[in-house]
Design a protein around this ligand. Structure first.
Ligand SMILES: *Cc1c(COP(=O)(O)O)cnc(C)c1O
Length: 377
């Protein structure tokens, strides 16, 4: 299947066949393909100026940072390009903060991370992946990371020491199978960080920006992180736009010249990013995710013991964990492709369902009919 065009929740292939897109670019396409407001913002900016480098000011960077801080209730914004760059930047900032503000001896800071994590593909980030496929052959690895089981508060408390700069986690683990941690866990992580003076870094690159029914997935638990990494949907599916946002006392440790990015915060990225922020500020997409997500989960739950072992996730985002003895995730995804529905497996036995938040209820039902059909046959 080779795609030539897309609109909303639909794509068309070279033969003219249409498919519903339930992967949505791993949530980079939360607003669907070619959302008119986002395309208009990009086209208008293409006619003005697209890149200045950070050596020179341009008119949109200040507005983009102010609006993103306002939207997320944070004090400072570090604009970058890809999600991995945002995570790398957050790691650098957390280490610098540990040495300059917390007083940890230079070069000894540790960051506690979770089993099953996915934070990107750079050498430092794969150093603390627990996926053999992501790591094998890419060593030597970056030291300074301690892995604990996701969802286990006692293990986390046991792993935090006087050298801990930060705890880094996904509030919902996407690649691990759209896993939501046990109730109270995220508030417990916040408390553990507060008790020990460690930072909490929430990687909301996939879970954030309305995917789960709130602006940020941590909002469900009324938990605030010290730093958030944002990406994917921030670029509206048009270009990579990511950011680290958070408290001034943390992000503010960076001094001019210590960190940078040629394309970070470029005018085109800021124009699209501001249009994305305007869409999110209306709350419309958070509501759609809540309402359509409730419908999605209600219908998927009827498949438990009928081809599915378990349904996980939150909002318009679900992991369908297939029953043992049935098709693998890959086989189910290919059967869905034949029925005009695009989605992708994660791990070997889980289908991830993450439609664009603009999908209509009727189209969602079409997709759910196809999923039901595949699981029952
Ligand atoms: C996709 C993703 C990343 C990496 O983003 P890239 O833009 O692919 O570098 C990091 N963290 C999470 C949770 C992601 O889903």
């Amino acid at each position: 299947m080779v795609i030539t065009s897309g609109e909303g929740a639909w794509v068309t292939d070279v033969t003219g066949r249409r498919y519903l897109d339930l992967l949505a670019g791993y949530s980079a396409l939360n607003f669907g393909h070619r959302h008119p407001a986002l395309v208009a913002a990009a086209v208008e900016q293409l006619e003005r100026v697209t890149l200045t480098s950070r050596a020179f000011h341009h008119t949109l960077l200040g507005a983009f940072c102010r609006e993103l801080a306002q939207l997320t209730g944070t004090e400072m914004v570090l604009p970058v390009n890809t999600g991995a760059e945002a995570v790398e930047s957050a790691i650098k900032v957390a280490r610098l903060w540990a040495y300059r503000a917390k007083g940890i001896p230079d070069g000894t800071a540790e960051i506690v991370v979770m089993s099953g994590n996915f934070h990107g593909r750079t050498t430092t980030i794969v150093s603390f992946s627990t996926e053999e496929e992501s790591r094998a052959g890419f060593g030597p690895f970056t030291p300074g990371f301690v892995v604990v089981p996701y969802g286990d508060l006692d293990a986390l408390r046991g792993a935090i020491t006087s050298r801990t700069a930060a705890v880094l986690l996904e509030p919902v683990q996407g690649e691990a199978g759209v896993l939501v941690p046990p109730p109270g866990y995220l508030a417990g992580v916040r408390a553990a960080c507060d008790d020990t003076g460690a930072l909490l870094i929430a990687d909301e690159i996939q879970s954030g920006l309305a995917r789960t029914g709130e602006l940020l997935a941590l909002d469900h638990d009324h938990v605030r992180a010290d730093l958030y990494t944002l990406g994917k949907a921030l670029g509206g599916g048009i270009l990579p736009v990511s950011a680290v946002v958070g408290r001034r006392a943390v992000l503010g440790v960076l001094r001019p010249g210590e960190h940078g990015s040629t394309f970070g915060g470029n005018p085109l990225a800021c124009a699209v990013g501001r249009a994305v922020i305007a869409l999110l500020a209306s709350g419309e997409f958070q509501s759609r995710s809540q309402e359509l997500g409730a419908h999605l989960h209600t219908r998927l739950r009827t498949l438990v013991d009928c081809g599915a072992a378990q349904i996980t996730g939150r909002g318009l985002w679900a992991g369908v964990h297939l029953a043992p003895g049935g098709p693998t995730g890959r086989m189910a995804a290919e059967a869905l492709l034949a029925r005009g529905v695009l989605c992708k497996e994660t791990q070997t036995t889980t289908l991830r369902i993450a439609p664009p938040l603009v999908i209509s209820r009727d189209d969602l039902d079409l997709a759910l009919d196809a999923i039901t059909d595949v699981l029952l046959h």
